[in-house]
Design a binder for this molecule. Sequence first.
Ligand SMILES: NC(=O)c1ccc[n+]([C@@H]2O[C@H](COP(=O)([O-])OP(=O)(O)OC[C@H]3O[C@@H](n4cnc5c(N)ncnc54)[C@H](OP(=O)(O)O)[C@@H]3O)[C@@H](O)[C@H]2O)c1
Length: 243
Amino acid sequence: MKIFITGASSGIGEELARVYANKENELILLARRENRLISLANELTPLAKSVAIIVADVTDFALLQEKIKGIGAVDMVILNAGISIGHSHDITPFEEFKKLYDVNLLSNHAILEVLLPHFMAQKSGKIVFISSLASLISMPTSKAYSSSKRALNAYAEGVRYKYKHHGIHVTTILPGFIKSELTDKNDFHMPWLLSTQKGALKIKNAIEKEKRLYAFPLQFYLIILVLNLFPQFLRDKIVGLVK
Ligand SMILES: NC(=O)c1ccc[n+]([C@@H]2O[C@H](COP(=O)([O-])OP(=O)(O)OC[C@H]3O[C@@H](n4cnc5c(N)ncnc54)[C@H](OP(=O)(O)O)[C@@H]3O)[C@@H](O)[C@H]2O)c1
């Protein structure tokens, strides 16, 4: 299988590259930090069928699309590159907010604009969106991140409906907290924090089972689902308890 993973230089993307590194798979790994990609490629080349790297900033949309055109058709794309901008109580500067939307949402369409015609021509393909449990509930300090991931869910749902008759399968993954550079910045307690490897294995398993939506850990997902059933005034009170 030819697998293209974005955000493969650290965290979940790097670990996904490891769990897919076997002699069946050709890996294409994208991120900005070339040194990290080279060392990962050196590690995985003996294990995988092949490993190629693409050094690109996903917010440089035109250049990104040019580089992706060079890949040709793939069997699966894992749209994992993402950022958070911390949990400050200050008003988020507009440029930071925009950057977050460029990475977490718009870059995915820039990539799919190039890949979808290939998927449609081959009448098969898997598209995996790495969203977040944070897309289901917005905290006072996570408005930008939560809203970008909620928008991603809506985009992913539309892509699924639109292309399911073309043999294209969409999986949207909603992880809770997983150890990574992104969560290392958090200075609050992260319930049910998973190791990067465990998180990546759960994601791989969900992809193999062709889940449409996979949210984990289950306990965390259920709490959010129940909270979302409450009327808004009760949610306001409960979320108001979280500082
Ligand atoms: N960790 C969690 O608890 C958690 C929970 C829910 C969802 N997620 C989602 O999981 C995904 C991976 O996050 P992570 O936790 O593994 O964080 P991470 O370790 O910080 O990894 C983020 C990856 O995205 C890449 N990236 C960021 N900005 C980019 C840009 N402009 N152009 C190209 N690549 C860029 C980074 O590579 P470079 O810096 O080298 O470019 C890196 O490889 C994200 O979408 C995140 O929102 C994470």
